[in-house]
Design a protein around this ligand. Structure first.
Ligand code: GLN
Length: 507
């Protein structure tokens, strides 16, 4: 029975009920999560900054509102953690970089403003690869996050902090951002749920940009229903983001609840031929295949669908993304934000010399690598050959999706080709690191929504495997319906959620 679980292990949906019945208060709940952070974050390092006072003050306001009978939302009083790439007024925002050390934003990102307006106390800011560049959180300038399932392994990236915080019961909910997989891949390797919404479905205002045309914020949770509830809080049009979509959000909670009945009669599911098989860890492929069988039992019609241009997605991404990143990161000029380094032995350094010294010390190797690649790809004479070509491939990938969605309602694949690898294993091999996102990147290039749902533990290493569901742009409701159906069918088999404290290395 879920009601017998300690507070920190319950879903956000459950916690909202528990708050409503008066079984606990938001202050008590927020304290429980802060205590849990105190107890285990020394070994996990999911947080870069814990805002105990701010969270408790927000919780006290929530309790006062509840006493007065005036709630701001269903999740009023339920605490949350936020990836350190979103601006939070009055609390540090570093993007995992030295160059932003000490920067306190004077404003909230729209996502953060919406969390506050819905009454969710913010526990703190979570660790990430520097400027969201990576798949392991090892590129954080503040040290890596450890996977709560096995502390010697990576929690995925770039949003490993948010995923690890949720997996280790330090927060019931978190916000991540996904430019090429940074919500879904950490979800896969930590046994949590991660959703990348339709591009433009959640505001990017105040989200420190890596690649504007790809970045998208979204929910990190332990259940599909919780992700839907959180998505409804943060999503919807924002006049402050010029790429924000005008359309209202589809019915997400309702779709998650419909899916949870485990019935998928007539839903057409396409298995993407190019995202599986060779190069995928056998235990990952096995759990994926079994999950597809479950969808068949739930009434779905399964077909194999080829998306021939997906094989070029990684190459196109690693031109488009660094091109945009190189331009975005030009704003870190030692004048406007954070760090300023004066060059050694120069008496009256010029602005350019200060800039050079600051960027040299403030940026890590991966960030410098991408600035160089992006600058090269955009340089005159090479622009058409690299950036221009990549944009054409991007169009072909969007067309693959369009053609596929003429035949099926959703597409599915493993989220990540492997389970969590060991810390350090791929750090010196950028290409091996980039391959982690082979199955997630097509969705970013085309702007379509995707979810990663836990599919079980791989036989060879006992580590979590993620199942990805992709849907057409604006049809985010479909990923919730199919995701919730799979979750409920799998949990019937497992006899409960995949994550439980006995399975973790930090119980
Ligand atoms: N791992 C990918 C990269 O390094 C994706 C990162 C992300 O989604 N922020 O770019």
């Amino acid at each position: 029975m879920t009601t017998a679980l300690p507070l920190v292990q319950r879903s956000a949906a459950d916690l909202s009920t528990v708050l409503a019945t008066g079984e606990t208060t938001s202050v008590e709940l927020t304290r429980a999560f802060l205590d849990r952070i105190d107890a285990v974050d020394g070994s996990v390092h999911a947080f870069l900054h814990v805002d105990a006072d701010g969270a408790l003050a927000a919780a006290a306001s929530s309790d006062a509102r509840r006493a007065g009978g005036e709630l701001l939302s269903r999740l009023d009083g339920v605490p949350i953690a936020v990836k350190d790439v979103l601006a939070t007024e009055g609390t540090p925002t570093t993007c995992g970089s030295r160059i932003l050390e000490g920067w306190i934003p004077p404003y909230d990102a729209t996502v953060v403003a919406r969390l506050r307006a819905a009454g969710l106390p913010i526990l703190g800011k979570t660790n990430m690869d520097e400027f969201a560049m990576g798949s392991s959180t090892e590129h954080s300038a503040y040290g890596p996050t450890h996977n709560p399932w096995d502390l010697d392994r990576i929690p995925g990236g770039s949003g490993g902090g948010s995923a690890a915080a949720v997996a280790a019961f330090m927060a019931p909910l978190a916000i991540g951002t996904d430019t090429g997989g940074s919500i879904r891949q950490p979800g896969a390797v930590t046994g949590t749920v991660g959703v990348k919404p339709t591009y433009g479905g959640v505001s990017r205002y105040g989200l420190v940009a890596m690649a504007n045309s790809l970045d998208q914020a979204g929910p990190v949770t332990r259940t599909v229903l919780d992700a839907a509830l959180l998505h409804e809080v943060i999503g919807g049009h924002d006049p402050l983001d010029s790429t924000s979509i005008y359309e209202p959000l589809p019915l997400l909670e309702e779709s998650a609840r419909a899916g949870a009945t485990g019935e998928l009669d007539g839903v057409r599911v396409g298995v993407v031929t190019e995202l599986g098989g060779e190069g995928y860890q056998p235990g990952v492929q096995q759990r994926f295949d079994e999950a597809v069988e479950l969808l068949v039992k739930a009434g779905a019609d399964i077909v194999q669908v080829s998306c021939p241009h997906f094989v070029h997605a990684l190459a196109a991404y690693y031109l488009v993304m660094p091109s945009e990143a190189s331009s975005n990161l030009a704003r870190f000029d030692a004048m406007r934000y954070g760090l300023r380094v004066l060059p050694d032995g120069v008496e009256a350094p010029s602005a350019e010399e200060v800039m050079r010294a600051t960027r040299d010390q403030g940026f890590g190797d991966e960030v410098k690598r991408r600035i160089i690649i992006g600058t090269y790809a955009l340089s005159s004479g090479y622009y058409d050959a690299y950036y221009g070509q990549a944009q054409k491939v991007r169009t072909l990938i969007s067309r693959d999706f369009e053609q596929a969605f003429e035949q099926v309602d959703v597409l599915v694949s493993p989220t990540s080709p492997t389970t969590a690898f060991r810390l350090g294993e791929k750090l010196d091999d950028p290409l091996a690191m980039y391959l982690n996102d082979i199955a997630t990147i097509p969705a970013n290039l085309a702007g379509v929504p995707g979810i990663s749902v836990p599919a079980g533990l791989a036989e060879e290493d006992g580590l979590p495997v993620g199942f990805q569901v992709l849907a057409p742009a604006l049809a985010d409701d479909r990923v919730y319906r199919v995701g919730a159906a799979l979750e409920s069918l799998l949990q019937q088999q497992w006899g409960g959620p995949l994550i439980n404290p006995e399975r973790l290395a930090v119980s």
